[in-house]
Design a protein around this ligand. Structure first.
Ligand code: NDP
Length: 198
C-alpha cells in the first residue's frame, strides 16, 4: 500500500459508535478539538501540507468564520456542482475518487489525506477499501447521550479488519507528542487510539 496515507479521523462514543446529533457533534471537547487540529495540521516536511476531505453537511456544520480549516487543503464532497473559485483553499468535488485524485495532484506536496466525516463519508470511505489508518477518539459518557449518526463498520470484534497499534505508532504517524492518558471533560472520558487496516 505505498503512496500518501489515507487516514480516517473520528471521535465516537464507544462501543455504539455514535458521532453526531442533528447536524452537530453530540459533545464539545476542547482538548479533542485541539488534538484534531494538531494531527490534521502537522507535517514532518515543512514544504508539505495535509488534506482534509469532508462531506457537505460536515462543512456546513463548521461556523463560517472557522472555515476553510487553516493550513490544510480543504476538500468538500457534494453531488451537486459548486463553484471552485480560483482561490483553492477549498475544493469542491463530486466523488471520493475525484477528491483523492485532486489531493494527489495538488500544487504542493500532500503528506497525508484525512477523511474527517461525517457518517455518510466515513462509511463510504471504509467501503472503498482505500483507507489504511483509523484515528479513533474513544469516548465514554457517564450519562445517556443521544446520537443520530453512527459509524457502520466494525472496529472491534471478529469481523473487524482493524488492528490496534501501540501509542508509539500513533505518535510516529502524527509526527509529534500525543497524550497517552485518558482525558476528562465534563461528563466525558476519552482517549486517542490508532488502528491500522489488516
Ligand atoms: P456528511 O458530512 O457525511 O455529508 C453528507 C453529504 O456529503 C451528502 O449529502 C453529499 O452532499 C456529500 N457526499 C457524501 N458522499 C459523497 C460522494 N461520494 N460524492 C459526492 N458527495 C458526497 O453528513 P452526515 O449527516 O452523514 O454526517 C454529519 C454528522 O456527522 C454531523 O452531526 C456532524 O457533526 C457529525 N460529525 C462527527 C464527527 C466526529 O468525529 N464525531 C466528525 C465529522 C462530522 P450533497 O447533499 O450536497 O450532495
Amino acid at each position: 500500500r505505498g503512496g500518501i496515507p489515507i487516514v480516517m479521523i473520528v471521535a465516537a462514543l464507544v462501543p455504539e459508535m455514535g458521532i453526531g446529533l442533528k447536524g452537530k457533534m453530540p459533545w464539545r471537547l476542547k482538548n479533542e478539538m485541539a488534538y484534531f487540529r494538531k494531527v490534521t495540521t502537522t507535517t514532518t516536511d515543512n514544504e508539505a501540507i495535509n488534506a482534509v476531505i469532508m462531506g457537505r453537511k460536515t462543512w456546513q456544520s463548521i461556523p463560517e468564520k472557522f472555515r476553510p480549516l487553516p493550513k490544510r487543503l480543504n476538500i468538500v464532497l457534494s453531488r451537486s456542482q459548486h463553484e471552485n473559485d480560483g482561490d483553492d483553499a477549498v475544493l469542491f468535488c463530486t466523488s471520493l475518487e475525484e477528491a483523492l485524485s485532486k489531493a494527489k495532484k495538488y500544487s504542493k506536496p500532500v503528506e497525508k489525506i484525512f477523511i474527517m466525516g461525517g457518517g455518510e463519508l466515513y462509511n463510504q470511505a471504509y467501503n472503498s477499501g482505500q483507507v489504511g489508518h483509523l484515528l479513533l477518539t474513544e469516548i465514554r459518557a457517564n450519562k445517556e447521550v443521544e446520537t443520530d449518526t453512527r459509524i457502520e463498520f466494525p472496529v472491534y470484534g471478529d469481523q473487524s479488519t482493524w488492528i490496534r497499534q501501540p501509542h508509539s505508532a500513533l505518535q510516529e504517524l502524527v509526527g509529534g507528542e500525543v497524550e497517552e492518558q485518558q482525558l476528562q471533560e465534563g461528563d466525558f472520558t476519552y482517549g486517542f487510539a490508532y488502528f491500522k487496516k489488516k
